[in-house]
Design a binder for this molecule. Structure first.
Ligand code: ZN
Length: 370
């Protein structure tokens, strides 16, 4: 961007940036730090995640082949998404499906969220790049700096609330988004038991039927039900997902009932399509499946490996804004929902060339705008 435009960005209350034309979230349980072997007898399997011909997927439970409802192909259950998406999506996806993902509609919901949270990530990275480029004191970008923080407060209401306008940490936030892009778009190189990125299994638990390691229900239902849960590879704890859903070299994301609830979490596309182009959204109206996907991806070891600690994985824009104001920034930066809500907040502030603050009226902003 030319210096002239940077000056304009400083003056205007928010800088314009490109919005993708098309688009089509979570409580997460992280395994503890203990690494003892699971008590259950089960053969751990190695799974190579790609869905192309080079993929080497073992069939964890020696199940018969499965006729995919979408593609009509007879394939292993662990590969049942094959044929659902466009060829390039299939080529570049680095996940496979758990045996629970037998419902084509469930798979479509997850696949759409997976496919469409990526432009949201890219847009947010672009937004943060623009924001950083406008710092009045760029030489002090990595430090606490009053002028840069004032500029953020004047320029980006989303960063102001979700990260307490802490200008010195903008690059950390940007790196988190870049780590997702890098993880998704890099070509996997996973010979043998290489636990490296990217490796991922999706579990479909729309009806809260998946068990934990002790036979209890993994996804509870009701108001406290988690949206999704991420389990990292090769870490066993007493309270974890039933072993047959886990892989030695792949992380697992379990999608719980709220994810599949279109009232609680529609797609970003459907939110956009539900209102006129000039509609001014507010934060309570924009929760979506794309946010849940973004949140879970930030937990993964091969993206940002964010782990806020048991009981600190806040969900929701208001909790995050309060956390940003009250918590040490180092601890706040470990919360995936801070990034996920920043992405949505920023997106809708700037949607269709608007220059808004979609924070709802009547709710106190934890961080002042001046
Ligand atoms: Zn989480």
């Amino acid at each position: 961007m030319a210096p002239k435009l940077l000056t304009l960005a400083l003056i205007s209350s928010c800088a314009a940036f490109t919005i993708p034309t098309s688009y089509n979230a979570t409580k997460t349980v992280q395994p503890g730090s203990t690494t003892q072997a699971p008590a259950h007898e089960h053969e751990w399997v190695t799974v190579h995640i790609r869905a192309d011909s080079a993929q080497n997927v073992h069939n964890p439970d020696s199940e018969p082949t499965y006729t995919d409802q979408v593609s009509g192909e007879a394939i292993q259950k662990s590969q049942i998404l094959k044929g659902v998406g466009p060829p390039e999506a299939e080529e570049h996806r680095y996940f496979d499906w758990d045996e629970t993902c037998t419902d084509a509609n469930d798979r479509q919901m997850i696949f759409q969220a997976w496919q469409n949270f990526q432009p949201l990530v890219d847009t947010t990275t672009q937004r943060l790049t623009t924001l950083a480029a406008g710092y009045p004191e760029p030489g002090k970008a990595e430090k606490t700096n009053a002028k840069n923080e004032k500029y953020i407060k004047q320029t980006d209401p989303a960063f102001t609330q979700m990260f307490n306008a802490r200008s010195g940490f903008l690059s950390n936030v940007k790196q988190a988004f870049e780590s997702i892009t890098a993880g998704i778009k890099s070509i996997p190189n996973r010979p043998g038991n290489d636990p490296g990125p990217p490796a991922l299994r999706f579990v479909c638990d729309k009806h809260a039927q998946v068990k934990d390691q002790d036979g209890g229900t993994l996804c509870t239902s009701g108001a406290q039900a988690p949206e999704a849960q991420t389990f990292l590879a090769q870490s066993a704890t007493d309270k974890n997902i039933e072993i047959k859903h886990r892989l030695s070299t792949a992380s697992t994301i379990v999608f719980c009932p709220p994810f599949f609830d279109d009232t609680y979490a529609p797609t970003l596309n459907s939110i956009l399509g539900s209102k006129p182009a000039d509609y001014a959204f507010t934060l309570p109206e924009v929760n979506c499946k794309d946010r849940i996907m973004l949140h879970e991806y930030l937990h993964l070891k091969w993206t940002s490996d964010l782990f806020p600690g048991e009981g600190y994985d806040d969900i929701g824009w208001e909790k995050i804004a309060i956390s940003a104001k009250k918590l040490r920034i180092d601890d706040h930066l470990k919360k995936p929902d801070a990034y996920a809500w920043y992405a949505l907040y920023s997106f809708f502030n700037n949607y269709n060339g608007q220059c808004n603050d979609i924070w709802p009226k009547g709710v106190k902003r934890p961080t002042s705008r001046t």
